[in-house]
Design a protein around this ligand. Structure first.
Ligand code: SAH
Ligand code: SF4
Length: 443
């Protein structure tokens, strides 16, 4: 009986959309080789942890969950356990893991994820574990099947890696240098998504504004947006992430002109203090950033803005922090992702003096949260009484009778409507708003 049953795999993805997208590829490859996906770890024959190391707590979660797997492996010795992703690219990490968790069968990194099925065959046929990490990126591997979750919104990677080396960040070390995909490959993938009924795509890259630098013939991100905007069948185009130093006026014009490109920019500022921004190696000032926002708001009137902020970067004084609070109040973000600075070994910031105590970090973080929540509530209240276009994603978690979806500006809306509308764009009148979401009725 066991031979007839399809083998089941379970993937736990930690971290960002890039990792989500990588997991969709792992899933695509496994399905092609006869596996089936399960949402229950207990029934799985293969468990994969696709890890993140951008902050320490992401790593701690992986370690914690590996201890739990030890018991699962004792119960079922045939269970195959694989670990991959960003954490594995760090120096000595794979060796440390195999020492602490010798029951792990496969360890691979971000650059050799396309080899998964080969590694599985080695484990199954030769009964030995595989540890293989490529320390450098190679050519982009095209044509890997992608098993996407929703049939409505899809991620499309346009570039891999990062060249920026912000002093706090491990990404350039674990994801390698920038490589852009050819526009033809991107277009082909988008057309496949459309043929499967997808209506919204999000273009992904660590710094999408440096798209195309190494490609020939010449193409930049603004050109790419205009090209994708012409593809029939997509309703909405989003992108992330943008680096303020590379967001040109040409890109702002493209967002303004392309009717499918949504009025939302995620523009991480990280700090409002120019001297901290400098120590972060981000190459802009508070004034430049605010000026950029003003220019963008002028060109794109309904623009929604979101950002990332790190609290407690080494050397951050009370004065630096008050610059951050001031910037947040000036810009009036629609939403802010806030992080406590986390020391990452091997990055320049880890070696900086004046590391900030946890107590001060938490105290500042809480103050920032209060300011942000107040602003976001105010921004959301502006929607009350308005009629907005919502792409319906599914039923709302809060209330089974309601649906949920997002506006073009990426606001979450819970509203009453017919389930037949899932996947469609409907008009909704906003009746209520709080800091995190909007409520309304279909009109
Ligand atoms: N490439 C994107 C996002 C990279 S990681 C960008 O440049 O914006 C996502 C977010 O994690 C970053 O924007 C930053 O705010 C946060 N982050 C990265 N390293 C961190 C660290 N060491 N401690 C705390 N937050 C960090
Ligand atoms: Fe990290 Fe900076 Fe690159 Fe973003 S741009 S991934 S924060 S190094």
């Amino acid at each position: 009986m066991d031979n007839i049953r399809k083998k089941l795999f379970f993937i736990h993805t930690y971290g960002c959309q890039m990792n989500e997208e990588d997991s969709e590829k792992l899933s695509g490859m496994l399905k092609l080789s006869g596996y089936e996906k399960t949402e229950s770890k207990e029934s799985a024959d293969l468990i994969i942890f696709n890890t993140c190391c951008v902050r320490e707590n992401a790593e701690l979660k992986v370690f914690g969950n590996l201890w739990i797997l030890k018991k699962a492996k004792e119960k079922n010795p045939n269970l195959i356990i694989a670990i991959c992703g960003c954490m594995m690219q760090q120096k000595d990490m794979a060796q440390d893991i195999i020492k602490k968790f010798p029951f792990v069968d496969i360890i691979f990194g971000t650059h050799n994820a396309h080899m998964l099925t080969e590694y599985l065959n080695t484990v199954k046929q030769e009964g030995k574990s595989v540890i293989e990490i490529w320390d450098k990126e190679k050519e982009i591997v095209e044509g890997i099947p992608i098993d996407r979750g929703s049939g409505i919104k899809g991620f499309v990677t346009i570039m891999y890696g990062c060249n920026n080396f912000c002093t706090y960040c491990v990404v350039p070390y674990v994801r390698g240098r920038e490589r852009s995909r050819n526009p033809e490959d991107i277009e082909k993938e988008i057309k496949e998504l459309i043929s499967k009924g997808y209506t919204e795509i999000t273009l992904l890259g660590q710094n999408v504004n440096s798209y195309g630098k190494e490609l020939s013939p010449n193409i930049d991100f603004a050109d790419l947006l205009r090209r994708i905007n012409k593809i029939d069948g997509i309703e909405r185009i989003r992108f992330m992430t943008s680096h303020p130093k590379d967001l040109t006026f040409k890109v702002v014009e493209a967002i303004r002109d392309c009717e499918k490109v949504c009025e939302h920019i995620h523009l991480p500022v990280q700090s409002g203090s120019s001297s901290i921004i400098k120590k972060m190696n981000r190459h802009y000032t508070k004034e430049y950033y605010i000026d950029l926002i003003k220019k963008m708001k002028k060109e794109i009137p309904d623009l929604a803005l979101t950002t990332d902020i790190i609290v407690g970067f080494p050397g951050e004084t009370e004065e630096d922090f008050s610059e951050t609070l001031d910037l947040v109040k000036q810009v009036e973000y629609d939403s802010v992702f806030m992080f406590l600075y986390s020391l990452r070994k091997g990055t320049p910031a880890a070696e900086m003096e004046d590391q900030i105590s946890d107590e001060v970090k938490h105290e500042r973080f809480n103050r920032l949260v209060d300011v942000v929540n107040e602003i976001c509530a105010k921004k959301n209240k502006e929607y009350q009484g308005k009629i907005v276009e919502v792409l319906v994603e599914g039923t709302s978690k809060n209330d089974e009778t309601k649906l949920m979806g997002r506006t073009r500006t990426s606001k979450l809306v819970n509203f009453t409507s017919d389930e037949d509308n899932i996947g469609k764009i409907v008009k909704v009148k906003i009746t209520k708003a709080n800091s995190f979401s909007l409520y309304g009725e279909e009109v």
